[in-house]
Design a protein around this ligand. Structure first.
Ligand code: HEM
Length: 412
């Protein structure tokens, strides 16, 4: 029987890289019957596909057109909200939205926000160290990696820290609807209810910031987005709210995965962990190597707008393509010794943040969080090791990350 890539096979969930290598070598433009989709695994195919105008990022409009009017009624808020997310838009709509969104993430905005990120990292490291100080096993994901990015992005969006948990619950309902192939009961209904709650909540934040503009030192992403203007064009209230929700959504689980995938790679490569402990100045490089070696986003989906040929195969209009970013980042045709985790590797040109017009808006923020968090961990924790219970990976095709990572350590 020919090989059929199945991302929900438990061996592939734990370690997808052998399957990726097999495909790269034997069937680089593979049709997966399990997924009813094309799977691209070579760097030379994945990278240009992410920026190919014949491949659309809009998975929402075809879905809304496919379902019945009754079903469409049940997603009357969440459907149009997702259609306004830049990540699901094609040009020219994407070009306009992206220009306006970029206002929230200028380098000045980020530099101003830096001290706040440092304070949040330090506070959360304090809590983690306190929890593990007795030598008890702690789950790194639930005790740290899960909380840090959600808190950072919430604060950037003007959400008080006391509401972060509530926000995460809403965001998870959206994630189940957008990103998961598993059919949980009423996932559309839950996503709809959460989209309504998020819309009300952000409308309140925007209204109160308009009525009482924050002091200059408290101006943050949401204020920049509210003030954004390009050639007289601004974001409507619905666009503002939708894209605030996108930022909340895009900014937390990805960065959680960066921290979790990074720590497990270090623990499984003790010489690299030792090197990093001795040289915390390698934090910037280490973050890039983690992104390349086992990045937070496993694949990105596109749909074919017009027939096109890749690697001698014809992809037909209407078919779906998964661009396997993590496979491309381990392609031996692009990287020397791609399966070696080497935090001194330089100029790797990985595509963990995507490529082309949709390149991650939050990349500088994610890099900053990653650097601060890893450096603080190396400084404050000693003799870190895997705990007795095994780590568990999430079964998502799009996101690649751990749901638990039990560890032990000694406070430094
Ligand atoms: C390590 C963490 C992160 C990774 C690996 C990551 C990865 C990505 C990737 C691969 C894309 C491209 C999507 C595509 O081509 O379809 C993307 C887009 C995006 N990311 Fe991130 N991301 C991270 C963190 C963040 C953060 C912290 C934010 C916001 C605060 C963010 C906001 C966005 C947005 C808004 C887009 C859509 C850009 C567009 O459509 O033009 N991301 N990200």
């Amino acid at each position: 029987m020919p090989f059929d890539f199945d991302p929900y096979d438990s061996a592939v969930i734990d370690d997808p890289y052998p399957a990726y290598r097999y495909l790269q070598d034997n069937d680089p433009v593979h049709y997966s019957h399990a997924l009813r989709s094309w799977i691209l695994t070579r760097y030379e195919d994945v990278r240009p596909s992410l920026n190919d105008p014949r491949l659309s990022a809009d998975r929402i409009t075809p879905y809304l057109e496919r379902i019945s009017p009754d079903e469409r009624q049940k997603v009357a808020t969440v459907g149009p909200m997702l259609q306004k997310w830049s990540v699901f838009m094609d040009p020219p709509d994407h070009t306009r939205m992206r220009k306006l969104l970029n206002h929230g993430f200028t380098s000045t905005a980020l530099i101003n926000f830096r001290p706040q990120v440092e304070v949040i990292v330090e506070r959360m490291i304090d809590q983690l160290v306190e929890k593990g100080a007795s030598g008890e096993e702690v789950d790194f994901i639930n005790s740290f990696a899960y909380h840090l990015p959600a808190t950072v992005i919430a604060v950037m969006l003007g959400v008080p820290e006391s509401d972060v948990e509530q926000f995460r619950a809403w965001s998870e309902d959206l994630a189940a609807f957008v990103g998961s192939a598993t059919d949980t009961p009423d996932k559309a209904g839950l996503a709809e209810a959460s989209a309504i709650a998020l819309t009300d909540y952000f409308a309140g934040i925007i209204e109160s910031r308009r009525a009482n503009p924050p002091a200059p030192e408290d101006v943050t992403v949401i204020d920049h987005m509210m003030a954004a203007e390009e050639d007289g064009d601004t974001l409507s209230l619905a666009e503002l709210i939708s894209n605030a929700v996108l930022l909340l959504f895009a900014g937390h689980e990805t960065t959680t995965n960066l921290l979790g995938n990074g720590l497990i790679a270090l623990l499984r490569n003790p010489t690299q962990l030792k090197l990093f402990t001795e040289r915390p100045d390698l934090a910037e490089n280490a973050v890039e190597e983690i992104l390349r070696y086992d990045g937070p986003v496993g694949s990105l989906a596109r749909s074919v707008l017009e027939d096109l040929e890749i690697g001698g195969k014809t992809l037909e209009r209407g078919q779906r393509v998964f661009c396997m970013v993590n496979a491309a980042n381990r392609d031996p045709r692009q990287f020397d010794a791609p399966d070696d985790f080497d935090i001194t590797r330089e100029n790797s040109r990985h595509i963990a943040f995507g490529y082309g017009i949709h390149f991650c808006v939050g990349a500088p923020l994610a890099r900053m969080e990653g650097r601060f968090a890893l450096a603080a961990m190396m400084k404050r924790m000693r003799a870190i090791e895997l705990g007795d219970s095994p780590p568990t990976w999430r079964d998502s095709l799009v996101l690649r990350g751990l749901s638990s990572l039990p560890i032990r350590f000694k406070p430094a």
